[in-house]
Ligand binder design. Structure first.
Ligand SMILES: [Zn+2]
Ligand SMILES: [Zn+2]
Length: 232
């Protein structure tokens, strides 16, 4: 996309007006508005506030999400990521009308919808994000700090295998379930209605968080027992 004012290439900071003209950002948009007499008054558009908030919110996330994860260590990385994912879910609740309509109500509604799709992609990035790995063979567990060995060339190696010892992987449920694993896990607890299940399962809140991450990742709705003892 090129800017309607300076003709430069736009990036994630881009901004549109209600006719669908794109601009680099606030500066080019403001210049254009002050120079072009026929420009429509976007400020009176019914969706302008939602659009502006959504746009600024997304840009803010884009600039900060990785730094926020880099600022924490060990098990806090998982907890921080989960907290961020929950916060993004709240955006979805707030703008759900736009999402259901797939942005079908003019350019601002369409842009809001596109931002929601971008937020979904961002959730996947956050789910997949891991601190830089230490040299393989011998790693320090991100939770308990014990030293453990990794099979480097194993085909089934997952993202988390180099970061968590087996014990912590069992207890803290990092990462996501594969789609098949997720369906099996959900079936099991759907049948039990989660009720007895959570009292039997140690580390249930960690397990629930993994279910949540997996659902987001595979675009599967949360089961209705998702809030059961979710907090620690
Ligand atoms: Zn420009
Ligand atoms: Zn450990």
């Amino acid at each position: 996309m090129n800017c309607s004012y300076c003709d430069g290439k736009t990036n994630e900071m881009y901004k549109v007006n209600q006719l669908g003209k794109a601009f680099c950002g606030n500066d080019c948009y403001d210049e254009y508005m002050s120079e072009c007499d026929e420009a429509p008054d976007d400020m009176n558009h019914p969706y302008i506030d939602d659009y502006e908030l959504m746009r600024l919110n997304y840009i803010d996330w884009l600039e900060n999400w990785e730094a926020d994860l880099l600022a924490v260590r060990g098990i806090q990385v998982i907890l921080k990521a989960d907290e961020m994912l929950d916060t993004i879910d709240e955006v979805f609740e707030e703008y759900s009308d736009y999402y259901r309509a797939e942005g079908d109500d003019g350019i601002f509604a369409h842009e809001i919808y596109l931002y929601m799709l971008k937020f979904k992609e961002l959730q996947k990035k956050i789910i997949e994000w891991r601190p830089k790995r230490q040299p393989p063979n011998q790693n320090v567990c991100a939770v308990c700090q014990s030293i453990f060995s990794v099979k480097v060339h194993s085909k089934s190696m997952k993202n988390d295998d180099a970061l968590f010892c087996e014990k912590c992987k069992q207890a803290y449920y990092p990462g996501i379930f594969s789609e098949g694993e997720l369906k099996r896990e959900m079936e099991q607890y759907n049948n039990l209605k989660g009720l007895q299940a959570h009292s039997r399962k140690k580390d249930w809140p960690y397990f629930l968080r993994k279910i949540k991450r997996s659902c987001r990742y595979h675009d599967i709705p949360f089961p209705d027992w998702i809030d059961l003892n979710y907090e620690f």
